[in-house]
Ligand binder design. Structure first.
Ligand code: NAP
Length: 252
């Protein structure tokens, strides 16, 4: 399983609880301090699609699950290619992007440069939660006061920026308090589609704060599911195991 998200970790843990399965969870190694799961895992790239295909063959995997972040487009493309090369069945554990609700003041954009432009000319107080890899685009809009939130402590190259470090999931009350305390006027976020980081969107809605939302990249076609139950059912069907696979441990 290709991981790197809270949802992917939840799925791996649920599948890993089943004694009939051996699950190996793979991380890119993007965070300095990986919160290590209790199940078998590895860290680091495979060397492109060919490297992943070789890895799948060498270790005789029966299935590949892509549970990466929706913006990890390269890894998802590599998974599709490696599955085609090896014939190993591929499931993408995808997330439905957040949908606009009444009261949302969203500006939807398709890349981070457009997000920086969408902040406008006038200096604003901005909560920037796009991840450390995407901060460079905001150098083009240096007039804003950025509150940057990342998992790791990093050196900021934006002139008027402060850093806070935190790892989701986040709670609505905390997100609301942060926006009020910091007098935030704009939130910038990826449309990651996960519950874990949605509370900032809800808090912004409640406070009438516009959100600049970067839409996820389009991925090559793959068999997709969006719920833990559906992912477990796919694995169960693949193994010809009981349809209760994965369900059996729920609620324990
Ligand atoms: P990416 O561009 O899709 O992947 C780049 C390379 O990283 C892949 O080609 C692969 O290297 C390696 N890689 C990615 N995920 C891996 C995994 N689960 N196991 C092993 N290797 C993996 O992804 P990215 O550079 O990490 O990030 C792109 C965007 O996604 C950024 O906006 C980032 O913030 C967001 N994101 C990524 C993750 C994550 O865990 N990757 C988590 C949260 C957010 P090889 O080609 O050598 O195999």
């Amino acid at each position: 399983m290709l991981g790197g998200t809270i949802d992917g970790r939840r799925l791996a843990e649920r599948l890993g609880d089943d004694a009939r399965l051996e699950v190996l969870l793979s991380f890119a190694g993007r965070t300095k301090e990986l919160r290590r799961p209790a199940l078998p895992h590895r860290v680091g790239g495979f060397g492109g699609a060919d490297g992943l295909a070789a890895f799948l063959r060498a270790q005789r995997f029966d299935a590949l699950i892509d549970a990466t972040h929706p913006f990890a487009a390269q890894m998802s493309a590599n998974a599709v290619r490696a599955a085609a090369l090896t014939g190993v069945p591929l499931l993408r554990f995808a997330r439905t992007p957040w949908q606009r609700q009444p009261g949302d003041a969203w500006v939807e954009v398709h890349d981070f440069a457009a997000a920086a432009r969408a902040l406008g000319e006038a200096p604003r107080r901005v909560l920037l939660t796009v991840g450390k890899l995407e901060l460079a685009a905001f150098a083009a809009a240096p007039q804003h006061d950025y509150l940057v939130r990342t998992v790791d402590a990093i050196a900021l190259r934006l002139p008027r920026a402060r850093l806070i470090t935190a790892r989701g999931p986040f709670a609505l009350a905390d997100e609301r308090a942060l926006l009020v305390r910091e007098r935030i006027e704009r939130v910038v976020s990826k449309n990651a589609g996960t519950d874990a980081t949605y509370p900032k969107i809800e808090a912004a809605r409640a406070l009438g704060i516009p959100v600049i939302l970067v839409q996820p990249p389009t991925l090559p076609a793959a068999h997709e599911v969006t719920t833990l139950d559906a992912a477990c059912a796919w694995v169960a069907a693949l193994h010809g195991a009981s349809s209760e696979l994965g369900e059996s441990r729920r609620g324990e």
